[in-house]
Write a protein that binds this ligand. Sequence first.
Ligand SMILES: Nc1ncnc2c1ncn2[C@@H]1O[C@H](COP(=O)(O)OP(=O)(O)OP(=O)(O)O)[C@@H](O)[C@H]1O
Ligand SMILES: [Mg+2]
Length: 295
Amino acid sequence: MDADLGAKAASDGELRGLVDAFATFSNATRRLEGEYAALRAQVERLTDELEEKNRRLAASLERERELEAAALRQSRLAAMGETAAMLAHEVRNPLGAMELFTGLLVQDLRDRPEALRLARQVAGGIADLNHLVTNLLEFTRARRAVDVANALVDCRTTAETALDYARHLIDASGIVVDRDVPPGDCTARGDAALLRPALLNLMRNAVQAMPTGGTLTVAVRREERAVAVTVADTGPGIPAEVRETIFTPFFTTRSKGTGLGLTVVRELVTALGGEVRVATARGGGAAFTVRLAAA
Ligand SMILES: Nc1ncnc2c1ncn2[C@@H]1O[C@H](COP(=O)(O)OP(=O)(O)OP(=O)(O)O)[C@@H](O)[C@H]1O
Ligand SMILES: [Mg+2]
């Protein structure tokens, strides 16, 4: 019996030992599982971070490539601009002479209607070419820094000069001019050499918007801090959805247009520290207003 008891005690001891060993093993396993789960979470976090960093790297590489391409495009455009300006300059002198001579020819042919019609066509073609070439030149000129800090412009006189320049277009279209220029000082910060071509472009557009005649209004207003020159027409006006687009280069709805006119207007006016806005004129036409800081 004692032997039996002894054997039982021994096997109880072994069993406890086994239970203890199993418990230790289970604890170790649990601990290991916990550590493994923590490690897995860390690996997942690091993988996510790596993926995010890779994404950012790819995006910044892409952006760098885009910037490089844009810089290349820009330098090509600048080179093209320089060439265009050089050509424009060379072409403008003979064009000026041709414009003058066809003007004289038109006067001489007053009594010969058929020849007069042809001469007017030639004169119109020359005027269109001159307009294009001048815009190209103005475009590059406005881009150069203009020092207008001390320059002054009489907006009334400049508006009148621009009207004189547009006279042949206005007369040919049977358009009535309505001048709305009250007396008083209309001096602004600016430069007539830049304001005049800007206004001329606006007048040209206004005339082109009224092929069957209408009224071209030129108004000069002295405001509290600015002088505003408005060129308005009685044409079809400009749909709201293209009001901003019309100022972008090469946007045109005219079959013979280049879409540079309003881009040049904005460049010139901005170079003068001013702004140009478009609104609907009374009667539904377009009204463009150039504002320059009052002197
Ligand atoms: N007074 C206006 N009335 C109606 N639409 C206008 C007027 N002025 C400009 N636009 C619209 O804006 C477009 C762009 O004008 P912009 O002067 O820039 O170019 P363009 O007259 O078409 O060509 P370009 O002036 O280079 O010969 C015109 O094609 C026309 O659709
Ligand atoms: Mg135009």
